[in-house]
Design a protein around this ligand. Structure first.
Ligand code: F6P
Length: 319
């Protein structure tokens, strides 16, 4: 029986479990033997392989995190680590590998493909910063988590007539901030891709107060240099009470939304189908409302753009 393996790597994203379930169930359905590798690329090096059964992925579709665990393997970044990973796969008689994760995972998969492994990548990252991908698994859940927090903060912000700065994740990108800021009705959205002077932020705050606003919500992406220094500047310039909430890892956990479960289910099944068809070294992408495949070598060279028009829409709608 032909064997394949699956791993999750890098920052976990809600929906990874649903993707693992889809891979395992569709592989077994098609007569394949499936191994789950624990702790991502690290588990490839340490040979932590688990034979997966239909029941091993029961009751996980609704859970955040990943039952396969994950890590950011420093050893795998070295050539020696990667060749050990390659040897482990050979030892288990595995030629086909499905990797689930963000940019680092896709890069890791690409490196393994250069060593002769047939790799299919499933994009899963709350950051939504993967080239060619409209929505990666986990993004929708993370944005909804931020939205829930904005709604709650809005209540107390109005009650006290305060300014609130909410810092969200996204590493060097502003996709979470932009989506949550627009849908949460934030007055100002700050992202690393667009520099907005603090004077302009303060001017908007003052305009809002003048027209009777009871509060102000600023959503700032973590890549902008931190919410606390910004709060201090705004406090200094306005004399107004300015509170900070850093949402941090709350954005990574939680039960995945229907969108993330659907993406994960479709992509997991497609990944197995691609391997069965002899396809290799591709990433599956949800693009323009359909699933397409992109060569790994193109993905790693690509860059995901941000739609700056969304900032303008959010600005106009929050006057
Ligand atoms: O890539 C996902 C992400 O949550 C980023 O938004 C964040 O910058 C990073 O991972 C945090 O990583 P860690 O959990 O390893 O600190």
């Amino acid at each position: 029986m032909k064997r394949i393996a699956v791993l999750t790597s890098g920052g976990d994203a809600p929906g990874m479990n649903a993707a693992v379930r889809a891979v395992v169930r569709s592989a077994i359905y098609s007569g394949l033997e499936v191994f789950g590798i624990t702790r991502g690329f690290h588990g490839l090096i340490t040979q932590d392989f688990i034979k997966m059964s239909l029941g091993s992925v029961a009751d996980i579709i609704h859970r955040g995190g990943t039952i396969l665990r994950t890590s950011r393997s420093l050893e795998f970044l070295q050539e020696k680590g990667r060749s050990r990973a390659r040897e482990s796969l050979s030892y288990f008689g595995i030629q086909d590998l499905i990797v689930i994760g963000g940019n680092g995972t896709i890069y890791g998969g690409y490196e393994l493909s250069k060593l002769g492994i047939n790799v299919i990548s499933i994009p899963a990252s709350i950051d939504n910063d993967i080239a060619y991908v409209d929505i990666s698994i986990g993004f929708d859940t993370a944005v909804n988590t931020v939205l829930e927090a904005i709604n709650r903060i809005r209540d107390t912000a109005t009650a006290h007539e305060r300014i609130f700065i909410i810092e969200v994740m996204g590493r060097d990108s502003g996709h979470i901030a932009l989506a949550a800021g627009l849908s949460g009705g934030a007055e100002t959205i700050l992202i690393p891709e667009l520099n907005i002077e603090v004077e302009r932020i303060v001017e908007r705050l003052k305009q809002g107060l003048k027209r009777g606003k009871l509060h102000s919500i600023i959503v700032v992406a973590e890549g902008c240099g931190g919410a606390y220094p910004l709060a201090q500047k705004i406090r200094g310039m306005t004399g107004m009470e300015t509170k900070v909430t850093v949402l941090g890892h709350t954005q990574r956990g939680g039960t995945p939304t229907a969108v993330d479960r659907m993406l994960a289910s479709h992509m997991g099944k497609r990944a197995v189908d691609l391997l069965l068809q002899g396809e290799k070294n591709k990433m599956i992408a949800f693009k323009d409302m359909k699933l397409v495949e992109i060569e790994l070598q193109d993905v790693i060279k690509g860059k995901k753009d941000i739609d700056l028009e969304i900032c303008e829409i959010a600005r106009i709608l929050s006057i």
